[in-house]
Design a protein around this ligand. Sequence first.
Ligand code: ZN
Length: 422
Amino acid sequence: MFLFAGFLLNPAVIIAEDSYPSSVILFIGDGMGLEQIYFGQLVEYGLVDTSSILSFPYNTTVSTINLEGTTTDSAAAATAISTGVKTLNGRIATNWNAEMDLTTILEIAQQNGYATGLVATCHLTHATPAAFAAHDSSRGHYQAIAEDFSQANVSVMLGGGYGESYIGNYISDFVDQGYEYIMNRTALESVTNTPVLGLFASGSQPPLHTMLENSTIPTLSEMTIKAIDLLNATNQPFFLMVEGSQIDWAGHDNDQIYLAHQIIEFEKAVRYVKTLAEQNSDWQVLVTADHETGGFSVEDYSFQTGIPLETDSFTEKQAKRTARAQEIEVDWSTLGHTNTRIILAGMGPYTEQIQNAVHHVDTFSIMRQAIDGEIEPVESGYYTGFLPIYVRYLIGLSSAAIIGSASYLIMKRIIKNRKRKT
Ligand SMILES: [Zn+2]
């Protein structure tokens, strides 16, 4: 009876079958800790509703540590998620010494006949989207990453970065391959074919709380809705990665107003796809983060402003979100990233395995199963490169020991000689 009631509450649990190929939609909230999700829920829904991110049939928390066992950056974290292999900070889908390109989940999807998409509010050459369709020793090599993108055959790419420091120099390569290149919200609304490259800002998109209703720049949820429409229309299974890129930047700034608008917009995109997935039992939807940023926590709240209503205008909603964000007392412990465990939640094929996930690399395995039924990364194992690093530490330790004892012996002799002289 108990179980039966559970099934009624979660129709996805009863109808989802573990079969492949299934479409995979992966949401990554950059810098999104559990408290950030809760904060967004308080601002947007108060006690009326739960964040869609916290309402999936399966959820757990996973570790984000990089290959060295230290705090990750977005590049190493995105590589762990996209390839199933832990690496060093800064690497874009390459192993620890950057000698091996690691096959990404987007590339595996393409090899299996999938249409693919990347959506973000940063410039697309930024670490998280880069780690799905480029390979480089460093996240800072934007031109090399843009060149990789221009050869990656991604069906839908939407975000920022038409400036020459980012993708600007490669736009003609995309157009030559038949991409429709669009630069504003109106063009995004009317586009109907893939492949499409939509770059809506020179660099990253401006922070949402500074944008006006009639902005020429689409929001994350508008880009997500369009990407799903376009990918669905290909009649192929598809892989889509959507990043809430600036949750991280709000964390680095310790700015709760910036954070509120970013996390709420990300949640709206998740909510839209989750609702669709309830009608598409063969879609795998996953939501995770790459790491937490800011050591953020909600301390207390006392609201004077009501929650944003469906009937409110864009500007009214924006003002309410800003006011409510300030009515919450929060605490930040750092301007950087933390090792706090982050959420992995989902629905659809193979997502019951979320319950056994312990690290980012398991997210890769869950996605890969939905694409070709395999679990392992294409390259050799989760800990590719771990041994050389271990050996490197041992060499470091023994050199320190040798230098240390040699200096001790020399000092001893000098002191002895001095004593003789006196
Ligand atoms: Zn960051």
